[in-house]
Structures are given as C-alpha cells and as structure tokens.
Design a protein around this ligand. Structure first.
Ligand code: SF4
Length: 443
C-alpha cells in the first residue's frame, strides 16, 4: 500500500504504482495536445493528472478555465514551492483565471504558526516570490484563507457533505486531532472549488497543480463537488448499443427537472426522477454531452446550486534533497530557499550530492549517473531552459565526458544568477503590490 499523506513526509519512489493504485493518469499521454508545454510537462516532471482533459480542451478552445493552488506559510519558500508557482503562472499565461491561496488557517491549525508569522511568511516569502516569478496580479487573485469570508462560507457549506469517519479514513485522523485541523480540510476543499463561484465567473474547468502527496485532497474535493451537484449526467448505451444520455435528479425537486426537459431539444423520455435523451449519433456523443451538461448547469444555478465541474489536478514529482534523501524544511542544507543569499545557494550546490564516481578516472571510464544526481536535477528542473542542452549534459555525464567539479561550478553559477535576479524581481514585486489597494495593506 502506497501511503500519501499531505501533512507528512512523502517518499514516493514508484510513481507507476501510484497510477495503478489511485487511478492517477500518466501526463505524457496528453503532451502532444498542449500548444506550448511547460518544461515540467516536456521533461516528465509533471508525471500524472486527474481529469486534466477538460482543462486542456478549454485551454485549446480559448474558453474559461481556472488554475488554483495554495501555499502553507510555515517555512521558507524553496524550489519545491517555486514549482507550484511556475505551474500557476504558466496556466495563467495560457488564459486561465489564476488563484493563489496562502493557507494560513491550515498553518495555524496544523503547525501552530501564529497569525502574525502566517502573515509575515505568507507575504515576505510566498507572495513576493509568486509575483516576482511572473504572477499577474491584475488578472489573478491572491488571498489569505483567514481574510476570505466567501471562502469560509463555502467551506461551511461543503462541510455538510463530509463527516468525521470519512476524513479520518482519508487522513488517518485519530481522536486527538484538533477540530481546527479538521476544519482546515474543508477550507482546502473550498479553496479548490472557489474559482467556480458565481463571483468569479461561475463553473468552469479548474486545475490544481500540486505535488503527488496532495492527491487525497483532490479526490475528496472531487467527491464533494459531485455530492454538491443537483443532477447526475451520464452517458449510457441502450440494448442495441446506441448511446443515450441520462439526467438524474438528486436534490433539486421536480420543477428543475422539468425546466431541463423543456430546454433540451433532442428526443427524450421524462420519468419521475430522470430524463433520458436519445437520437444522438455515436460520434457526436461527447459534444452533445457537453451541450446537455451546460443546460443542466444553467438550470442548477438558477435553482440555487453550484454546478461545479470536478476539479482536475496535475501532479509533479518531487526533487531530491541536496544532501540525498528527502528535501526537508528542518534540514536547511537539503533545500535552496529563494530568499537566501545567492552565495549561500551557490555554496549548497557545490556541496550537493552528485551521481558521480569516486575518482575522475572512474568517471571517465564508466560515466556518472545523472538520474541519481541532485545537481543534474537542479539544472533540469530550474536552471536550464533549452531541452537540447539538458539532454547534452545528460549524455556527457553518462558517457564520462563531464566531470562533477566543473559541472557543479556551472550549476552553482547558474543558481547564483537565478537567485540574484529573482531577489531583484522580488523588490519590484513590492512596488507592483503597492499599486493595488487590496495588497497594499499586507505590506
Ligand atoms: S557530471 Fe554533473 S550531472 Fe554528472 S554526476 Fe557529476 S554533477 Fe551530476
């Protein structure tokens, strides 16, 4: 059994087992449908997804979609957090409504971080780096959970659909888990669904870019989104294997079902609790399904429902810690913070664990192991944009034509320059935020 624990330490080595065990789909199958895939996509760093097809279709059709993810303000922003930021920003540039949450209620309840620290860390570590990396504050939304009343109201509403036994089974909560920690679960569900509220343009496909350890939140939120729906719309086959669409009423009442029947122009049969829609040619089934889902959604909203799409997720794999093993916030040598002095970041790269051989002679003769090398990983994940160059480094290393000392020096220089530039951008980000009333109060 592979355990995924959003609050624990993840050590997930065999991603293909994850696909099999949790029904996560491999991301690479979608790659050729993405116009300009991000390097995390191209390089297999985003390893899996759940329901991303719908987001991709919206992106390619230039229709509405959203991206959201969150950051728990309990430590320094490091390269792992940068990955989520890069993914939010990429989706924003691809036309998505972007939401970035500072999960201060979660940090306060789970880690015991004081409100004051939450605010300081949230702003000075996370928000400044997010904006410095390219988040467009004119088009996107950044918020603290605790300052968002609509979010708290939504969490309260969603909480009606989940009970203690269920979240205990998912997260392994025992009797000593505090109630606020449990509330932080529904807050996260609300974070994920919030972009689909009418205030933000209504229901739309939404993607949550996260590390693979966050899958329990995604699965739970998809379940809750489904429970909140007033209708279930399904494709079915009749006895002659012809497709039809069934719309089943769950909690709307008869009037709403009649209204849906009135708006659907295809041949249909209306029953006490459901409608079956016929006359659809097999090749058109998906298109017709979307049309009907739109009608159902419209009526659902008119009758006070939410009409949520099930949120999608992309899952990236984790970087190794620089010292080997896991990256851990309690071991500063294992990670590079975006806010540490560039010299310090470069020093850490020079001391990082490599996949090199013990001697230069052996390296030349047998080659190194870039796949085991944290320095290679830094270059591949963060420091080198051109795929061809990354591949060249990989080949040179494997073939014994690249030596660790000079390779580390090169990576250290790149890291120094990246962190230095990023910190200059952070200064500019403060000015950008100062121009906005809603953000000014945080500075
Ligand atoms: S040569 Fe570079 S990529 Fe290869 S193992 Fe050494 S540091 Fe890593």
């Amino acid at each position: 059994m592979v355990e995924i624990d959003p609050w624990g330490v993840a050590d997930i080595k065999d991603y293909s087992r994850l696909f099999a065990e949790f029904g996560i789909s491999p991301f690479k199958e979608l790659l050729n449908r993405i116009e300009k895939p991000h390097l995390y996509m191209r390089r297999g760093i985003i390893v899996g997804h759940r329901g991303y097809e719908e987001v991709l279709r919206a992106m390619n059709e230039r229709s509405k979609f959203a991206v959201m993810s969150g950051f728990m303000p309990s430590g320094r922003i490091h390269l792992g957090g940068k990955m989520v930021m890069d993914e939010i920003i990429w989706h924003q540039r691809m036309g998505g409504d972007a939401f970035a949450c500072i999960a201060d209620m979660e940090s306060h309840s789970v880690r015991g971080t004081s409100w004051r620290e939450c605010k300081e860390i949230g702003l000075n570590e996370y928000i400044l780096s997010l904006v410095a990396l390219g988040f467009d504050v004119e088009k996107g939304y950044i918020y603290f959970q605790s300052g968002n009343k609509k979010l708290r109201d939504l969490a309260f509403e969603l909480g009606r659909e989940v009970n203690f036994s269920e979240i205990s089974a998912i997260y392994g909560f025992s009797g000593d888990v505090n109630i606020s920690h449990m509330i932080s679960v529904v807050m996260q569900n609300a974070d994920i669904l919030q972009p689909q509220l009418l205030e933000y343009g209504g229901p739309k496909p939404a993607v949550i870019p996260v590390g693979v350890d966050q899958d329990p939140h995604i699965r739970l939120t998809r379940d809750i989104a489904s429970r909140m729906r007033m209708f279930r719309v399904e494709k079915r086959l009749d006895k002659d294997q012809k497709p039809y669409i069934s719309i089943r009423e769950k909690q709307s009442g008869r009037k709403a079902l009649d209204e849906i029947a009135r708006r659907i122009e295809y041949p249909k049969k209306i029953y006490a609790m459901h409608i079956d829609v016929f006359g659809i040619d097999a090749p058109d089934i998906d298109k017709t399904m979307r049309e009907i889902e739109e009608i159902v959604r419209e009526v659902e909203i008119e009758y006070g429902g939410y009409g949520f799409f099930f949120p999608a997720a992309t899952y990236h794999r984790f970087m190794q810690g620089l010292t080997g093993g896991k990256m851990s916030s309690s071991i500063p040598e294992s990670y590079i913070a975006l806010t540490e002095p560039p010299e310090e970041a470069a020093r850490k790269v020079k001391q990082a664990k490599t996949g090199g051989r013990v001697t230069i002679e052996e390296q030349k003769k047998f080659g190194g192991s870039p796949a085991q090398c944290t320095v290679y990983e830094l270059m591949m994940f963060h420091l080198i944009e051109e795929d061809a160059y990354v591949k060249e480094i990989f080949e040179e290393c494997k073939n014994g034509r690249r030596m660790c000392n000079s390779c580390k020096s090169q990576a250290a220089e790149l890291m120094h320059s990246f962190i230095k530039t990023h910190q200059e951008e952070r200064e500019k980000a403060k000015e950008v935020l100062m121009e906005h009333e809603i953000y000014k109060k945080w500075l």
